[in-house]
Design a protein around this ligand. Sequence first.
Ligand code: ZN
Ligand code: ZN
Length: 371
Amino acid sequence: MATVKRDYYEVLGVDRSAGTEELKRAYRKLAMRFHPDRNQGDKEAEERFKEVGEAYSVLSDPEKRRRYDTFGHSGEQMPDFGSFSFDSAFDLFDMFFGGGRRGARSGPQRGSDLRMTLDISFEEAVFGAKRSVEVPRTATCPDCSGSGAAPGTSPRTCSDCGGSGQVRRAVQSIFGQMVNVTACPRCHGEGRIVGTPCPRCRGRGLVEERKSIEVSIPAGVDADIQVRVSGEGEAGPRGGPPGDLYIGFRIAPHPELARRGQDLIYELPITVAQAALGDRITVPTVDGQAEVEVPAGTQHGRTIKLAGHGVPHVRTGRRGDQLCVVRVVVPTHLSVAERKLYEQLGGRTGRPADVKRGFFENLRGFFSPSD
Ligand SMILES: [Zn+2]
Ligand SMILES: [Zn+2]
């Protein structure tokens, strides 16, 4: 399942102008609400907890926030941005509330998230597409099924924790009295101790692999949008759940159309005669050729709109327009016959009939009245 990464301000439910205190309040409220300790086993709450943490970690850092405001999610592809995992979400929470609750996480850990950038064509960005992507990542070892024990042997139960991998004790926390569960120090939370490590993964339970994954590119995708493919990140150590795969896009330019948000800009060159007399002109659009009506008396720089030929909005699917910006091309080389025709129009001495004297003409008239 692929989902589009949400805007950080939207995630925290704050204005783009929100100050430090407002961000803190929003994060405090949401992090408490979605904390996994309060939402046992609720996958959605778990995702929200991470999302809220990631949004806060970016917006509360002035440099990251500035970059996010400028580049959107694509700003995060820059090398020094760091990646945000479930562990980061818990670390942030612990830091924020000052509780040493780190120990509460034990047993199988979730795998890391992966990020990739996909090169796509202009048309794929406009209309969406399905692509298969090779993802290098760690996976559960097939020989030992992630146990880390050599085939034919099995890990033995840890005697310190009786196989649970956890040591429990009651603690006082911000949620009131809670049972603090820490990973067993002897078996590192595995509950089992491997006697003979699996030769293929050397006891790690994980191997490197390249997996081909089908990715849906949403129609209208832009460089600041990332798509999340749930559960296609790295495998979790000790049989933990996998991380997610985040895919960003690098979009090839179009030879004739430029994109501005949902609109497409096309420069429409016309002759002086077409500008004066009007014409119907065939232009390229992302939907194929279309006809544009250039009215008589069209001025240079005028915009003619082709409604609905733009880029669909990535969420609503509503399409923008194609804006054809008229460029009147004045001939630089005239044949004898053409020169005669222009001269007949009064090219040497005439003045545009319906245009007022320009500033420079007035100025020249002022300095040399005889001219
Ligand atoms: Zn193995
Ligand atoms: Zn143990």
